[in-house]
Design a protein around this ligand. Structure first.
Ligand code: SF4
Ligand code: SF4
Length: 385
């Protein structure tokens, strides 16, 4: 298992984490089997949005003796009513649900306290200026949550939250189909067939800006809906053909700032398929060829950070250099951290000999040679040969 730093929290999280959907309504034996498999493969983090009390208790028992080495991202503002989960902003309910969470998990802290499901800019403003954020910061000051985050499906709301400086972690729906759609307060538009009826071209600029801003400000992203709730794995996927588990996970993990994909699996077989990503070959992970052939979607001229253009005879990691270039262009200046990371690369853009081998392998027609020239000039003031 590979581990990544979750932005400025400094937490080390496994690339594959556990979602909680599959645990609700299941018994102790199932929970043990899933945790056993996950821990055996090095999974060290989980997202727990559901306040299902029995599930919380079962997970608490699984974490006995392991709590300190496990990163728990759990949600504020969810409550269990009439046998099902609901979102709430009622402070009495929010507080009672958090106390219940700690008791049932048998712990006195949560690593990331996620403010659940903020899908409009107006709602974000209410949260930021209101009692929910005050409560989250009080918990943080008391050490009962270590970091504050939000979950969202809407890039406009998420961007407002990330830009505020109030949140350290964003849980966001990341997959190649949702990434094509513009911001919308109604998250259901992400999975409506009608949203994908007309041909779609390139990633939505707001989503791209969101990922780049997260990377720039050190806000780590944990991913939900990497498979669009399973839709992307179906032959009737919005992309027009089935994608694979490995392609979807790799796509999410190659977005800027993403640290972990929280797998909302419902069986040991599904979990194993997610864990197999860690030992999958480059060609099994490679989403570039499949995406370039998707009947309904085009990413022409747009770098997907897929790495399909490798190897470069000069050893340049084109995907990483391009990511740094785009981050800097988005900000209008080179952030200091990006400059440092660029300088630490084994081979930088000024080593480019303009041979064009990479461009012949890029399925998206990215002008790589121009990008390398631009990167060399921007980062070191030199020129690619
Ligand atoms: S330049 Fe093309 S092949 Fe290379 S990482 Fe970007 S999209 Fe992929
Ligand atoms: S054009 Fe530059 S970046 Fe591309 S393969 Fe040749 S040397 Fe490498």
């Amino acid at each position: 298992m590979k581990y990544r730093t979750l932005g400025r929290t400094g937490l080390q999280v496994s690339e594959i984490g556990l979602g909680c959907e599959g645990f609700s309504g299941r018994d102790e034996t199932f929970t043990k089997e899933m945790f056993g498999l996950a821990l055996e493969h090095g999974v060290n983090c989980m997202d727990l949005y559901s306040p299902d009390p029995e599930m919380r208790s079962r997970i608490g028992r699984m974490l006995r003796g392991k709590r300190e080495s496990f990163v728990m991202q759990a949600h504020l503002c969810t409550v269990w009513k009439d046998g099902q989960y609901q979102r709430t902003r009622d402070m009495e309910e929010v507080k009672a649900s958090f106390e219940d969470l700690l008791t049932r998990l048998q712990t006195d802290y949560i690593d990331i306290g996620m403010i659940h499901y903020v899908d409009s800019v107006d709602e974000w403003k209410e949260i930021a200026d209101g009692e929910v954020m005050q409560y989250a910061f009080r918990l943080k000051a008391e050490g009962r949550i270590r970091h504050v985050g939000i979950s969202s499906h809407n890039p406009a709301a998420a961007l407002a939250a990330v830009g505020s400086g109030l949140v350290d972690v964003l849980m966001f729906s990341v997959n190649p189909c949702y990434d094509l759609l513009p911001p919308d307060e109604n998250c259901e538009s992400l999975w409506l067939e009608s949203s994908y009826e007309k041909p779609l071209l390139n990633m939505d600029p707001d989503r791209e800006k969101l990922y780049e801003t997260c990377q720039r400000l050190g806000v780590g992203i944990t991913v939900m809906k990497a498979f669009g709730g399973g839709d992307l794995l179906s032959p009737h996927s919005p992309a027009g053909m089935a994608l694979t588990v490995n392609q979807c996970i790799h796509y999410a993990l190659t977005r800027p700032a993403v640290a972990s994909v929280m797998s909302g699996v419902r069986s040991a077989e599904e979990l194993q398929a997610n864990l197999d990503y860690e030992t999958a070959s480059d060609s099994e992970r490679d989403y570039a060829s499949a995406f370039a052939a998707l009947p309904k979607i085009s990413w022409q001229g747009h770098c997907m950070y897929c790495g399909h253009c490798a190897p470069c005879p000069q050893g340049i990691d084109v995907a990483t250099v391009t990511k740094f270039l785009n981050l800097s262009k988005a900000q209008g200046a080179v952030p200091e951290t990006v400059r440092e990371h660029y300088a630490a690369l084994a081979h930088t853009a000024d080593a480019c000999i303009q041979c064009g081998a990479c461009e012949s392998r890029c399925p998206f027609g990215v002008p790589i040679r121009e990008n390398m020239k631009e990167a060399a000039a921007l980062f070191t003031g030199s020129s690619a040969k």
